[in-house]
Design a protein. Structure first.
Length: 397
């Protein structure tokens, strides 16, 4: 039986702009249906222009992009990779798949991104133990650029390359110090590579897919070869090493071209949704929203709240209340050092990441949301908090 009542509000659903169909029609007309084709080439070129990262490789997922980046940096068995603990597993699983050891670094309370000071402590301690870190992976959490400049400064004395996980931050900007300029997420000079995701819930989507981008032409050329089964330049199929089947479909690249045209509009709407939530929830006791780092402009991929004791209800109580009204919400990423699959991995103190996870909730943030949709969500959040505080007051008396 179909569920009655208001239409479901999803967390971050795909939002087509209309131009995608024309690009897909071109792909069908050209009969380039399999991976590779003119739409893939055009998507890579358009992505490079949009981000300012000269060399781009369209692949099957953001995880595939990370796998290729780490492979090209020589990550392998016996190596150590440091990563943000507050992240999605696709950011770090490729390191383990390559045989490397993982260790996790905490978030900064004012940005939720990797804490540069904690990273310095971790690198210093590991160096004193004779351990050399092969790569550092900071995540642009919920669409906010990490402090690339400070992270690179911290890593430089140790000679450690930085791979930026920009899966959530397409359209975000990082401010250039002492200037009025800004750079697109992942475009900061000195980054070894940056990875992006076009999963269905991202700010622009190809339904699935990702991009590996770098200022290093040789790294992208190497990754491009590996992404095509490491085929050698011969008329027959010649292979001197093992590679991967990671290339993006020409059809999906066509969707990406249409989505890329809408990027700035999507960022503007995500930020508008955040402002609506901020306005509607500003009087709620014990409730705060994710801060914006002074070092950039986030894309507000998801609006994320923190609920303190004064709010009166736990995040899970709010999530269930929203679900009862056919509204999807979700806890924050469970930190990687708490994941069973990474039990035994080293974690430098990650108290901030743990606190954010235990007190946080991601609210619906789709780019097609109206003011009325946001009001509908905010009202449930408000009622749940009021009910919780009333119940606590009655219990106290």
């Amino acid at each position: 039986m179909a569920r009655s009542g208001p239409a479901r509000l999803f967390l971050s659903p795909p939002h087509m702009g209309g131009g995608e169909q024309a690009h897909v029609a071109e792909a069908f007309a050209s009969n380039y249906i399999a991976p590779l084709g003119p739409q893939v080439n055009a998507f890579e070129a358009a992505f490079a222009e949009a981000t300012g990262i000269a060399h781009c490789l369209a692949v099957a997922s953001g995880t595939a992009a990370m796998h290729l980046a780490l492979h090209c940096l020589g990550v392998g068995p016996g190596d150590l990779v440091l990563a943000s603990s507050l992240t999605f597993i696709g950011s770090v699983s490729p390191a383990r798949l390559l045989g490397a050891e993982l260790a996790f670094v905490d978030s900064a309370p004012g940005t939720w991104n990797m804490d540069p000071d904690m990273l310095r402590e971790a690198l210093t301690r590991l160096a004193s133990e004779g351990r050399r870190v092969k790569a550092v992976i900071p995540t642009d959490i919920y669409g906010q650029c990490a402090d690339y400049a400070r992270l690179l400064d911290v890593c430089a004395p140790f000679g450690v390359p930085v791979v930026a996980d920009c899966a959530e931050s397409m359209g975000a900007r990082a401010y250039v110090p002492d200037s009025d300029d800004s750079l697109h997420a992942g475009a900061w000079p000195g980054l070894a590579a940056s990875i992006f995701s076009f999963n269905g819930n991202k700010i622009i989507t190809t339904s699935g897919g990702g991009m590996l981008a770098s200022h290093d032409a040789e790294l992208i050329a190497r990754a491009r070869k590996l992404s095509q089964q490491a085929r050698e330049p011969a008329p027959h199929y010649e292979h001197a090493e093992l590679g991967y089947n990671y290339r993006l479909s020409n059809i999906l690249a066509a969707i990406g071209l249409g989505q890329l045209d809408m990027l700035e509009a999507r960022v503007a709407q995500k930020r508008r949704v955040f402002r609506w939530y901020k306005e509607l929830l500003r009087e709620e006791p014990g409730l705060s929203l994710m801060p914006e780092a002074p070092t950039g402009r986030g894309n507000r991929w998801l609006t994320v709240i923190q609920l303190g004791q004064d709010f009166g209800a736990a995040p899970e109580t709010v999530r269930q209340a929203l679900e009862a009204q056919n509204i999807e919400s979700r806890p924050l990423w469970k930190p990687m050092h708490l994941q069973p699959v990474f039990a035994g991995c080293r974690a430098f103190p990650c108290a901030v990441a743990e606190t954010l996870f235990h007190h946080g909730l991601c609210l619906p943030s789709g780019t097609a949301m109206t003011r009325e949709d946001v009001e509908r969500v905010a009202e449930v959040v408000h009622r749940t908090g009021v009910a919780g505080r009333k119940q606590a007051s009655c219990s106290a008396t």
